[in-house]
Write a protein that binds this ligand. Sequence first.
Ligand SMILES: [Zn+2]
Length: 340
Amino acid sequence: MPSIETVEREAMEAVAAASSTQELRELEIRFLGKQGVLTGLLRAIGQLPPEEKPRFGQQVNAAKARVQAAIDERERELKRLENAARFERERIDPTMPGRRWRVGRRHVLQATADRIKAVLGGLGFEYLESPELELFRYNFEALNYPPDHPAMDEQDTFYIDDQHLLRTQCTAIQGRVFERRKPPLRVFTIGRTYRNENVDRTHGHTFHQVDCFMVDEGVSMAHLKGTLGQFARSMFGSDVRVRFRPDFFPFVEPGVDYAISCPFCGGSGCAVCKGSGWIELGGAGLVHPNILEAYGIDTDRYSGFAFGLGVERIPMMSHGIDDLRHFLENDLRFLEQFPS
Ligand SMILES: [Zn+2]
């Protein structure tokens, strides 16, 4: 059996040579732990003559205390060194300029769409979505397009195959809703639409539309004008007026294009309204009875109105943006100009 002195010397040398606090922990267990080498010497006490027992016990405990003290001292030293090394590794240069914190924001079109959603939602319309990859049937047939209508031309529409296309108008949602639900209906959608256009300042292949419709008993042009007036006043200001002019769209009868009195000059004429006092926003009308009947809705009892408008038109008008292409180019110099 090794002597107390031998074990203590071995422990002291190991402690002095330890190069990390982790290593010290292991030495502490190895020499002083319950199964440790020094502690183990105490187990030999039974073989000693009775008169030597107390002295031996004292010697072992004194050796344990000295080793413990050495471990504690070495630990303080190593911690100092380890901290110094860590501080050196993590040193920062407070004179360096900081990195600019860039805050994300809603896209100007998203912000516009959110406003429209809030206004139409407040008027009691329910927001629904329908696919951008649409069936020919919903995009044209269901909307009362005659088979030879020029809008169906491949020149104007992105066809995927004979049945599928990228929707050219959000109005395509109507057939999908009429198919599943019965009146009374108040529904709107906002989403991307696609046209096979040559891109320039005022034409894009991808743009956004709102389509809104209501079907109930006795719905008339008066309801349409009242709703559009309320919508326009909420969006553009309390003194905005709405003007209807006859127009033709296959899915409405009668059809109108509608304009609002220019919110920038009050109707007296300015650069935004090009001196006319009016700004055209979109098309509207009463839902064509052919459409309602095709979905089994009794047109003696029910009628409906529908209107649509382009989302881009609104920020273009209110921020004086003259090029449609900016919206989809993701240039932060453009996008960061708008409040989120
Ligand atoms: Zn004006």
